[in-house]
Write a protein that binds this ligand. Structure first.
Ligand SMILES: Cc1ncc(COP(=O)(O)O)c(C=O)c1O
Length: 387
């Protein structure tokens, strides 16, 4: 263990965990320092500390207790677990949904059940680690296609005739670059070759589509994507993964997914906060609008300052800096000036593609954003990222 830790340290890969001394808010206490502007949370809509979510969680504790008592299939399904699945299905405009402990558990647990020996998984080269782990748990063969490259996907699918089943998997919004999968084209090409499609919309739900209904709605693909996965840990501000679809899908996963069958279900407070989050997003259309207003404002200002924001099309905004050490230095300097951002370095991204990953939320005020921009300008000039 120590040798491995030494290796991580030498490669600048050992995590330094920064600690929040208060709720996830646009400004909070970080490592004991007050008023730090947070630009690296996934709390897109600012719901993590929303009074309605907190109230719902407290009410659920009073009514149902602190824990669920079991796994879902034994004695760990309460009426609120079922209410959440109905609420989510209604928000997404589908027949039913199934909720897991996390998005990671959903990917790790579901993908492995969809394919087996004699099948093929075709995965975008930049898919999230939880998809990669889900794929590793199958006995199916696995191959990748070039990032967002539908011609390359087609090339792979043209040679897939010998497999019994083929599953194409993609992130909806790519978590490091903020670009969007061409899901309409992927669905078409997959359909032409008899392949199924699985989309991980962790960063699209609450962000893309009409009132945050996600990537399937964004492309008008309702009913055409075989498996639509998402999470409550980002825009919805809580925790929990899910797949939405029809009742057959739900019955299949309910009987097959190991984290669902073998690991404790969500505590009541979590479930109730998730229900409250969906209701809020449905009722308050301004949340998603504000997220996009802030995103557009911040991105345009970054570009005016001369920063390279890569191919981002969503609130996930990278500032491309190149070398890993430079990204780390950039983030440290920002934190020193009261702005919390995350350096993303090799091997999380390719060598020479290190970046600062920023996520603006609906809750940031213009003042928060302007103060952060002033810090980026200073740090960018000091480190020669902009001139
Ligand atoms: C694309 C993607 N999928 C899945 C996950 C896992 O979601 P969760 O935090 O709910 O486990 C993440 C989280 O980082 C993600 O970015």
């Amino acid at each position: 263990m120590s040798a491995e830790l030494e290796r991580l340290k030498e490669a600048s890969l050992e995590w330094k965990v920064h600690v929040l001394g208060g709720p996830s808010e646009p400004r909070t206490i970080v490592d004991g320092r007050e008023g730090v502007i947070v630009l690296c949370s996934n709390n897109y809509l600012g719901l993590a500390n929303h009074p309605k979510l907190k109230e719902a969680a407290l009410d659920a504790v009073r009514e149902f207790g602190a824990g669920s008592g079991s796994v879902r299939v034994i004695a760990g399904t309460m009426t609120i677990h079922e209410e959440l699945e109905r609420e989510l299905a209604s928000f997404k405009g589908v027949e039913d949904s199934i909720v897991f402990q996390s998005g990671f558990a959903a990917n790790a647990g579901c993908i492995q059940q969809l394919v087996d020996e004699g099948d093929l998984i075709v995965s975008d080269e930049l898919n999230h680690g939880s998809i990669i782990d889900g794929c590793r748990l199958t006995r199916a063969e696995r191959t990748i296609y070039k990032h967002r490259d539908v011609d390359d996907l087609k090339r792979v699918l043209e040679t897939s005739g010998k497999y019994r089943r083929v599953l194409v998997i993609t992130d909806g919004v790519f978590s490091m670059d903020g670009d969007i999968a061409p899901l309409d084209k992927i669905v078409k090409v997959a359909g032409d070759h008899g392949a199924m499609v699985y989309v991980d919309d962790a960063h699209g739900d609450g962000v893309l589509g009409e009132n945050g209904r996600g990537i399937v709605n964004h492309f008008g693909l309702e009913g055409k994507v075989d498996f639509e996965m998402g999470t409550f840990s980002k825009a919805f501000g809580v925790v929990g993964g899910y797949i939405v679809g029809d009742q057959i899908m739900k019955r299949f996963f309910l009987n097959k997914v190991r984290p669902y069958l073998l690991s404790g279900s969500h505590p009541p407070a979590t479930v109730a906060a998730c229900i409250a989050a969906i209701r809020l997003v449905r009722e308050d259309r301004k949340l998603v609008e504000r997220l996009w207003e802030n995103t557009k404002y911040f991105k345009s200002k970054l570009k005016q300052l001369g920063f390279d924001t890569g191919n981002s099309e969503t609130p996930i905004t990278p500032i491309m800096v190149g070398e890993s050490s430079l990204a780390q230095r950039f983030a440290e300097e920002c934190l020193g000036m009261g702005v919390f951002v995350l350096p993303i370095v090799y091997p999380m991204v390719a060598k020479g593609k290190a970046r600062i990953r920023i996520i603006v939320t609906a809750a940031h005020s213009k003042e928060d954003l302007d103060d952060a921009l002033a810090v980026f300008q200073k740090v960018g000039m000091k480190l020669g990222v902009i001139h």
